[in-house]
Design a protein around this ligand. Sequence first.
Ligand code: XMP
Length: 194
Amino acid sequence: MCPSQPNRGEQSIRNDIERVLFTEEQIARRVETLAGQIAEQYAGRELTILAVLTGSLIFLADLIRKLPLPMRLDLVSVSSYPGQATRSEGPKVTVPPAGTLRGRNVLIVDDILDSGLTLQYLLDMVAEYQPESVSSCVLLRKERPDVENRTEAEFVGFDLPDEFVVGYGLDYDHLYRNLPDICVLKKHLYQDSQ
Ligand code: XMP
């Protein structure tokens, strides 16, 4: 197989894509800038990253390797889009953080801010652990003018229109996380489930 050609498996998932919103190269540049902003904000402090599984995994791996700070990593699992749903049905923690957040400078890292329900839920949850501080970073922020007083994140990678996106860790029905770009999925693949 020629290395510059996608293999058949990749071609078949590429066929489900309507368009690419952000390429691998654009993402890499933006993640580096974001890491620089976080490093500046937390200079001289130790950071505890609380990453939200599973969608933030690839973003997290790239982001933390660009962070020149003492940092700890903890993970939380939140279910909000069970199976084939494309609108949040209300977040629930399915795996709580394993380590201590008390007295720490906690940065919540998530893949995408949509209605803001998940982020607000996590901010409330983290507050119960009595951290020194808490803030949040999302790779993507959807335009949702219909949502009033949405909870906002301090650090944001990209703004995007209100369309369902996959790739770079984001999934639909557990597929497409391995696409290196952030892409809009063809609507007919998910609109029947809405
Ligand atoms: P809310 O509405 O609570 O949603 O801000 C945040 C969580 O919902 C998931 N989400 C998406 N996942 N493509 C995805 O793969 C999307 O377009 C999308 N929009 C929201 C995501 O898990 C996020 O943490």
